[in-house]
Design a protein around this ligand. Structure first.
Ligand SMILES: [Fe+2]
Length: 199
């Protein structure tokens, strides 16, 4: 494919939209949704990357835990893209558009132990869920239909986040990744926490 594609995203004002919204309102909501589509696409690809790269003790448990999350997050991305189309705009799902548009870095860890990946995924889920909550706030007043979709997705994402965090938690309720500000830092804190547990 010729490399002429510019930064593409759901932008501009549609000629028509769903009844009850103005085209301008639809464009505003679609811009928020395009960012969430980017995040969800990034997340299901990242979860599959971890599924392939996890090694060591707990391999089977974590490898198998992740596939239902991949499927569910792919479904969320599909629903989000179709909401953008329903609003009269064009969702962009190509890798180039995603990378050009996103405000976060690629997942930074390759082959690593299960607990280390889960530590890094704790941060990944935190970022996606916080941004989903902001999107709920940004769209709720204009479009409760979109808000409802994002709330349902958030509930499921929070549950998956709990699945991840449950591996990083002590019986006293402390998270080994507490205070970590990067995936690399979360990874090493998770590894140290797991060693303490087995010491
Ligand atoms: Fe697989």
């Amino acid at each position: 494919m010729a490399k002429e594609s510019k930064k593409m995203k759901a932008e501009g004002v549609p000629l028509y939209t769903v009844p009850g919204l103005t085209p301008e309102q639809a464009a505003e909501i679609a811009a928020v949704l395009q960012d969430r589509l980017n995040a969800l696409t990034d997340l299901h690809l990242t979860l599959k990357h971890v599924h392939w790269n996890v090694v060591g003790p707990h391999f089977v448990a974590v490898h198998e835990m992740l596939d239902p999350q991949v499927d569910a997050v792919r479904e969320m991305a599909d629903t989000t893209a179709e909401r953008i189309a329903t609003l009269g705009l064009s969702p962009y799902g190509t890798p180039g558009a995603l990378v050009a548009d996103r405000s976060w870095d690629d997942y930074s860890i390759g082959r690593a132990g299960a607990i280390e990946h889960l530590g890094a995924l704790d941060l990944v889920y935190s970022g996606v869920i916080q941004d989903h909550r902001r999107a709920v706030e940004a769209t709720g007043e204009l479009d409760p239909i979109t808000e409802d979709m994002l709330i349902a997705q958030s509930a499921q994402l929070e549950q998956y986040h709990w699945f991840v965090r449950a591996h990083l938690e002590t019986s006293g309720g402390q998270l080994s990744t507490a205070g970590a500000s990067s995936e690399v830092q979360a990874r090493s804190q998770a590894r140290a926490g797991a060693k303490r547990k087995t010491a």
